[in-house]
Design a protein around this ligand. Sequence first.
Ligand SMILES: [Zn+2]
Length: 119
Amino acid sequence: MVRHPQPTSTRRTDETSPVRLCVGCRQRESIGALSRVVASDGRLVVDERRRLPGRGAWLHPHPDCLSKAERRRAFPRALRVKGMLDTSSLRHHVERHTESKAGVDLPRPERTRKQVDPS
Ligand SMILES: [Zn+2]
C-alpha cells in the first residue's frame, strides 16, 4: 500500500486507485492500466469488469507481458491453478487491445468500457 499525502481540498479518486503487480513484467501499475485475468474452466479469461470472484492475476494488456507471464508460468502460480491454462482467449484480448491502441484515434467501438463504480 502506498499512501500519497494529499491536500484535502483536491482529492481525486483516480490518484488513490490501488496498485497491482503485472504478472508479466513485474512492474507496479495502477489497476486502471491493467487487465484482471481469472481462470475459468482451465482457460484464462479477462475479467473486464473486475468483478469476478476468486483469485485474479493482473497483466498489462500487452503481448510482451503476456509472453513473459506465460514463460514463467505466472498465471497458474498467481491463480493457484494446477495444470495447463489455455491462453488463447487472453491472447486474443491482448492483441485486440494492442491493435486498437496503435491505431489512429478510432472512435470507441460499440463495446463501451465500464469503469468500476467507486461507490
Ligand atoms: Zn507488464
